[in-house]
Ligand binder design. Structure first.
Ligand code: BGC
Length: 501
């Protein structure tokens, strides 16, 4: 319905150097993923609960406690979600640093926050220290999640941009999986296993730190800051060919236009910026309202709720983590071939069926106390895997890819900050609310998520343009100005640019 774009290819070779840059930068995604995966496991470890949340531990011991409510505790949820609030605020600072200093230093700053935070959370003795460390980690996430997807989209050759950008999400999923595996082992180390879990985040953080010293700056960022010569050199290096004139001219043109805009945040509030803004923010809302983080944060808790024993629950979380990683490869393979829209639509159907089925099974079989039978528990696990699978090749990676490629250069870092901030806000809200919602709504929560999945499908069908194969610096002309709905927002946009900002 809203597809139809002209594809372009410039000359390029994938050299060892650029491959290294992609992978090193993607470690920023691993930090984000490691945290997503680690907190659920840590907050279900007895040693951790006894030390910091004795009330929750006490409640957990009472087998007759309501199944859907045993982990419902505001402070425990605050521990998980404080990071996201910090990341939300930090992403806006990160956008400024990205524009003024470049993508590379922003990634370097992120790694610094991660390293300090891992040290504090490994050795901290009071709850406030752990929360402080999570806030620092959140600032790292704000910086990393702002700079890494932009970096990847800007250095990728146009015909592989989707795949390269999805390395970010691939590393998110690897981070989640590693965290689940780490928790599986550290849960058996008493009483300080949780410290190992939190402290090990320092390892990928160090790789990111050294990586950020080696990677290139993006040609777009260099040109944006008036460093044309360096920009051309960087472009030749990352494309692995000498003949980059055509692409260089296109980036230059986008930069010259961008330089006319002195106040990107003001420009973002104009009508002509609404299409990428609305899409960028809605993509994040929809990504989170799929309920994915109810699974990612609380998988061990959820599986205990349906009757798995503690370590079987952690193991099930490892299984879903593996499915998450492997299915992301499908997206890497398909995104530049079948396009963004088809992946998103297919996933809506699969996620809807799975969520509805889980809701029906739990509401018919899981009463307030007791558990469901082993067979049904296993069926729930299979459905969760099928659900995670479809998320992993669609809304997971594309939630980051699409906003990183749909803003024109003049508003790209500022606009993307809104997308990152929105992601953090909605992640925070889901993390904060999920356990209470599970407690109040019981299994109906899965019907709630299913409803939103239908809304998302309709949104993609009518409002989301296809961006496959369109050069990142030609999006306005080739996507927004020709889209049946969004073109109405693009009227006389250039004239207004000159006058107002
Ligand atoms: C989302 C995270 C989610 C993860 C799961 C990411 O794209 O932003 O919130 O936990 O995917 O793989």
């Amino acid at each position: 319905m809203a597809g139809g774009t002209i594809e372009t290819t410039y000359k390029s070779k994938v050299t060892g150097y650029i491959l290294g840059c992609w992978i090193l930068a993607a470690f920023g995604g691993m930090m984000f993923g490691y945290d997503i995966g680690i907190s659920g496991g840590v907050t279900s470890m007895d040693d951790f609960l006894i030390k910091f949340f004795p009330r929750v531990h006490e409640k957990k011991q009472h087998v007759l406690e309501d199944n859907y409510c045993k982990y419902d505790d505001e402070l425990l949820q605050l521990f998980t979600s404080s990071l996201y609030l910090a990341a939300l605020v930090a992403s806006f600072f990160a956008s400024k640093i990205c524009t003024i200093c470049g993508r590379k230093p922003t990634i370097l700053f992120a790694s610094g926050f991660f390293i300090v935070s891992s040290l504090i959370s490994c050795f901290g003795s009071e709850l406030w220290m752990l929360i402080f460390a999570r806030i620092l980690f959140g600032i790292g996430v704000g910086f990393g999640n702002e700079a890494v997807p932009l970096f990847l989209s800007e250095v990728a050759p146009v015909q592989h941009r989707g795949a390269v950008n999805i390395l970010f999400q691939l590393f998110v999923t690897i981070g989640i999986l590693i965290a689940n595996l780490v928790n599986y082992v550290t849960a058996t180390i008493h009483p300080n296993g949780w410290r190992v879990s939190l402290g090990l985040a320092g390892v990928p953080a160090l790789i990111l730190f050294f990586g950020s010293l080696i990677i290139t700056e993006t040609p777009t960022s260099l040109l944006e800051r008036g460093k044309d010569e360096e920009g051309k050199k960087a472009l030749k290096k990352i494309r692995g060919v000498d003949d980059v004139d055509e692409e260089f001219e296109q980036i230059k043109e986008a930069c010259d236009h961008a330089k006319l805009i002195k106040k990107p945040f003001k420009k973002l509030m104009q009508r002509s910026s609404m299409p990428p803004m609305i899409i960028g923010i809605l993509m994040q809302f929809f990504q989170q309202i799929t309920g994915i983080n109810a699974i990612m944060f609380y998988a061990p808790v959820l599986f205990q709720t349906v009757g798995f024993k503690s370590d079987a629950s952690l193991l099930s979380a490892v299984v879903t983590g593996l499915v998450n990683v492997l299915s992301t490869f499908v997206s890497i393979y398909a995104v530049d071939k079948v396009g963004r829209r088809k992946l998103l639509l297919q996933a809506c159907v699969q996620m809807f069926i799975c969520q509805m089925a889980i809701g029906v099974i739990l509401s018919l079989n899981l009463k307030k106390t007791g558990t469901i039978s082993g067979g049904l528990g296993l069926l729930v696990l299979v459905l969760v895997c099928l659900y995670v699978m479809s998320f992993a090749w669609s809304w997971g990676p594309l939630g980051w890819l699409i906003p990183s490629e749909t803003f024109p250069l003049e508003t790209r870092t500022a606009g993307f900050a809104f997308a990152v901030g929105a992601n953090m806000l909605f992640t925070f809200l889901v993390a904060q609310a999920f356990l209470s919602m599970l407690c109040h709504m019981g299994a109906n929560i899965f019907f709630f998520f299913s409803f939103w999945i239908v809304v998302m499908g309709v949104f993609v069908l009518f409002l989301l343009p296809e961006t496959k194969g369109v050069p990142i610096d030609a999006i306005t002309d080739r996507v927004w100005k020709v889209h049946p709905v969004w073109k109405k927002f693009m009227d006389d946009d250039d004239r207004r640019d000159m006058q107002m900002v």
